[in-house]
Design a protein around this ligand. Sequence first.
Ligand code: MRU
Length: 356
Amino acid sequence: MQEVRTLYWVGGTEGRLRLIDQTRLPGELVELECRNAETVWEAIRALRVRGAPAIGIAAAYGICLGLQTVAGQDAAAFHARLQEVADYLAESRPTAVNLFWAIRRMTRRARDLRDAGASPIETHQALLAEAQAIEAEDRRMCRAIGRHGAELLPDGAGVLTHCNAGGLATADYGTALAVVYAAVELGKRVHVFVDETRPLLQGARLTAWELRRREIPCTLICDSMAAMVMKQGKVQAVVTGADRIARNGDAANKIGTYGVALAAAAHRIPFYVAAPSSTFDLSLDSGEEIPIELRAAGEVTHCHGRPVAPEGIDVYNPAFDVTPAGLIAALVCERGVLRPVCEARIAEVLETSATS
Ligand code: MRU
């Protein structure tokens, strides 16, 4: 299988970020080269790079790009620019906490270095190393999620997933799809039902593409068919990713996930959420506090640039919804399988520093 890299840095501090332009898949596999923070911001906003962990990594590299023009200036100018770029990139999308987590990690590292007397050039080098560490850690976390989650899937399982939480949504391998990939690597037979995921079709365009590349048996369905295939006994587990998980286990993910969880509960099918620790937001009591991105009406009224609704129709287009913890059988993170899904169990696992 030809290696594809969701996003990667080329060169040293004066280098550039390359990422797969996911809006062009599945028709074309093309990379976009980002040479400044503005291109990264646009790529995140337009979903050229998307998926919670991937946008966090992109933002970390975006900070490195935004600092290229000031690395030779004095510390005051360098750190003022750092704050400006961090605030700017944080405006690109509101729901996935990984974006804010990565930006905070980068700004904290820069502040620690300034306090230790590092020069702007040294700080810029250290920030590139930090962004690369975020990317490398994401790869490791995805593999660990796969290892832990694979045990949840019975041999011969039909697995339904929504949106894309695969290698395209992360540095590599994915979260929800990591569970599938790892189960298949263990020799389990798995058949994936892929929700197309309206309005932007991440399931049809991206998940189906990834699964086909890996030769994993899969069937594409419209979102409205999920309850029916569950009723027909074709699905033994549902696995999705998440964009932000509150302290009580409520999980925001692509719009439609909540409906899938309700349908799974009605059919007594376990609903699992796979996500790295960078997706947990322990500052929020519950999913009620998770900001939900509202996107443009045109994403609903048009398909491939063509109108599919009367001009001027009123549209509501939230990009995410929140699945209550009570509907989630287990959370799978790089530290293990968390169940029951409740505040005490999340605190127990996430507030320790060990990773596996
Ligand atoms: O709008 P998107 O495509 O960025 O939404 C992505 C999702 O909802 C994913 O399921 C989530 O980010 C998890 S990615 C490992």
